[in-house]
Design a protein around this ligand. Structure first.
Ligand code: FE2
Length: 340
């Protein structure tokens, strides 16, 4: 295959067409066309690297041909041929993307120089294009790798959370179902508060495993019907700290450890383990506490029967400002979250 660069000379006059072909034919593969339409037709089949184009042609004005060439073959360089009389159009053609112009009668060296300059520019562009394409390919490959790695990590995250939920379930079936409900309800509240999705996801994940510490509590205490003794209560109340310790060992669950640690803090400061009050209690915890209480009231527990919805609503109203964050209670009623 001919590896020489390809030049197309478009000129309606035979003499300049022929003489340019003669000047260039030793270095390049030169084709000729006797008019704009013929030249464009040739380009459609075999695009040239550079076009030498006459400005004044009867069938199609050189400027119109230039515009078409630059639109269809932006990488092809165009050098214009002009008589001295048309020099202004040639100058304006440079603004339209032509490389340069040659004034008839032209000098052989000028022709060779301008063509070589045009091809050099095209080669440089080609090199940049190839490098850019290769970088884009590499970038695409890396993005795919990152997406796959992220997917794997997310699967590991999900797997870890599921394993923790199964661990709670094995110990206390109520707790695992309850955690699912608390997670769903917490998400609804967080959404109504306009919390961003990543924070909501973190919150619902924390809600799912908030009672994970119960795997460190004696089953007899968890399942005991009737009131707990003071000692048993102390034992049960260790579960937030146990849970926080468990999740703090898992890097991506670190952020949930604080929520788990404080999930039994109460708005008026009567909770445990630290007796935090009001806004000292992290907002996700204030959300989960309410969701936790609502779901507990909706189900039978070893120590009491489930409450009807009317009583749950009354309990929430009574507890606003003491047991619960009054702003969130208000939001639950305003947005009818209990009905969802
Ligand atoms: Fe708990």
């Amino acid at each position: 295959m001919d590896s020489k660069e390809r030049i197309l000379v478009i000129d309606d006059e035979l003499i300049p067409r022929y003489s340019i072909q003669q000047v260039l034919k030793d270095r390049y593969t030169v084709f000729t066309a006797a008019g704009g339409a013929e030249g464009l037709n040739f380009m459609a089949h075999t695009p040239a690297d550079l076009v030498v184009l006459d400005v004044k042609m009867p069938d199609m004005d050189g400027i119109a041909v230039l515009k078409e060439l630059k639109k269809m073959y932006p990488a092809t360089e165009v050098v214009l041929l002009t008589a001295y009389a048309s020099i202004e159009s040639a100058r304006s053609a440079v603004r339209l993307g032509a490389l340069d112009y040659l004034i008839k009668p032209f000098d052989k060296t000028d022709v060779l120089n301008v063509v070589e300059r045009g091809l050099h520019k095209k080669r440089a562009h080609e090199t940049v294009r190839v490098e850019r394409d290769s970088l884009l390919d590499k970038n695409k490959y890396l993005e795919e790798q990152i997406a796959r790695a992220r997917e794997n990590i997310m699967m590991c995250y999900d797997g870890t959370v599921k394993a923790l939920i199964l661990a709670i379930d094995a110990k206390d079936h109520y707790t695992s179902d309850h955690s699912e409900n608390v997670s769903r309800l917490s998400s609804l509240i967080a959404e109504s508060l306009g919390m961003p999705k990543d924070i909501r996801d973190e919150l619902s994940q924390a809600a799912l495993i908030h009672d994970i510490g119960k795997i460190g509590v004696d089953e007899a205490i968890l399942r005991k019907k009737g009131a707990l003794t003071a000692e048993e209560l102390v034992e049960l109340r260790k579960h937030p700290e146990i849970g926080a310790r468990i999740v703090s060992a898992v890097p991506f669950l670190e952020k949930t450890s604080q929520i788990i640690l404080y999930h039994h803090e109460v708005y008026d400061g009567s909770g445990y383990p630290e007796g935090l009050r009001g806004e000292e209690i992290p907002l996700p915890v204030r959300i989960i506490s309410i969701a936790d209480a609502i779901d507990a009231m909706k189900h039978d527990r070893p120590y009491r029967n489930r409450l009807p919805m009317g009583s749950i609503m009354q309990e929430l109203r009574n507890g606003a400002g003491s047991q619960f964050d009054p702003f969130i209670v208000d939001l639950i009623f305003k947005r009818k979250i209990l009905e969802k």
